[in-house]
Design a protein around this ligand. Structure first.
Ligand code: AKB
Length: 317
């Protein structure tokens, strides 16, 4: 039986992945951890854990006899720029601690998220290939690129079964994203419902790759379930779903909220967004382990609005 540790379990992805893993493996086999206490009760055991504390992280892995780690704790692109040195330390030291722990203890599989942030201005923007120029401009992107190299290194040198996805911007209605450049695509839905207007920190024609959370969860679980021999890429897989600009998203929201208006005040995040691809070639993920997204922009938008309207009306009363 697997014993699974999730780090960064209170985050946007962690919250929903924890619930899915509890359903799949049973609550008794999941340990959720985060540097902060969870805001609501979790179905499984929770440990307050700072992944930068190597000894604490190793102790949890050894004592709980962890067999799989979903290592999600990290600082994202926008927040990472406010303290690049700390971003490097946190994102890199925790990953190498877990990779080394896999050599010492009985960890048999690791999931580690990479990002479209590994790409930079010199990368082809359209249909960005799996193997291409990777010259990221942000510290977050640099840590993701270095992390990808580490994952492949530990697989080739020590046979550690580490698997990874280059997530695009993730859109979800349960937990807010924290400190990314793609966060506007979540904020906009809250503002559309609550105030009917949104001032976007990216300009109208900034196309970025995005994905709805149910697709991100499916991709993560499908990748981890795939037979070992099917995983041909040990750095990180490109995965795509939808690509749109703030203007496109506003138009789709206006189908449900006709009076919704959007304005644009690009800030420092515009530069980061400009360095990222518009859309991604994910044919390797499709071929190797059958990746297929379910949500297009219309479906994603109506599901977000439906769920958020329900959530926000419940939180008022
Ligand atoms: C961010 O915007 O930093 C993240 C990402 C694309 O990795 N959502």
């Amino acid at each position: 039986m697997e014993k699974i540790l999730i780090t960064g379990a209170n985050g946007q992805l962690g919250t929903e992945l924890t619930i899915s893993l509890c359903k799949k493996y049973g609550v008794e086999n999941i340990i959720a951890s985060d540097i902060n206490l969870p805001k609501s009760t979790l179905p499984c055991q929770f440990i307050k854990l700072d992944v930068a504390q190597k000894a604490d992280l190793e102790r949890v892995i050894a004592n709980a006899q962890i067999t799989q780690v979903f290592h999600l704790a990290a600082l994202l692109s926008a927040k990472g720029e406010s303290d690049p040195q700390f971003t490097w330390d946190l994102n890199m030291s925790s990953l190498i601690t877990i990779l080394e722990a896999a050599r010492k203890y009985q960890i048999n599989k690791i999931f580690w998220p990479s990002s479209i942030a590994v790409f930079g201005r010199t990368t082809p923007k359209e249909n960005t290939p799996q193997h291409t120029v990777t010259e990221p401009d942000t510290m977050y992107g640099i840590t993701k690129l270095a992390g990808e190299r580490l994952c492949e290194y530990y697989f080739k040198k020590y046979g550690i079964d580490v698997r990874s996805l280059r997530y695009p911007g993730l859109i979800s209605n349960k937990t807010l994203p924290g400190g990314g450049t793609t966060d506007y695509a979540v904020d906009i839905f809250y503002q559309a419902i609550e105030t009917g207007t949104y001032n976007c920190f990216l300009n109208r024609e900034t196309f970025l790759p995005m994905m709805y959370m149910p697709d991100a969860i499916k991709a993560t679980i499908d990748l981890m379930d795939a037979p070992k021999e099917n995983i041909k890429i040990r750095s990180s897989y490109n995965i795509g779903a939808v690509s749109f600009s703030p203007e496109d998203l506003a138009k789709v929201i206006q189908k449900s909220i006709p009076d919704f208006t959007i304005t644009y005040s690009p800030d420092f995040r515009q530069q980061i967004a400009d360095s990222w691809p518009s859309n991604i070639d994910d044919s390797a993920a499709k071929k190797d382990w059958g990746w297929q997204p379910n949500f297009d922009l219309d479906k994603l938008s109506s599901d977000m609005l439906k769920n958020l309207k329900e959530k926000l009306s419940n939180s008022i009363f």
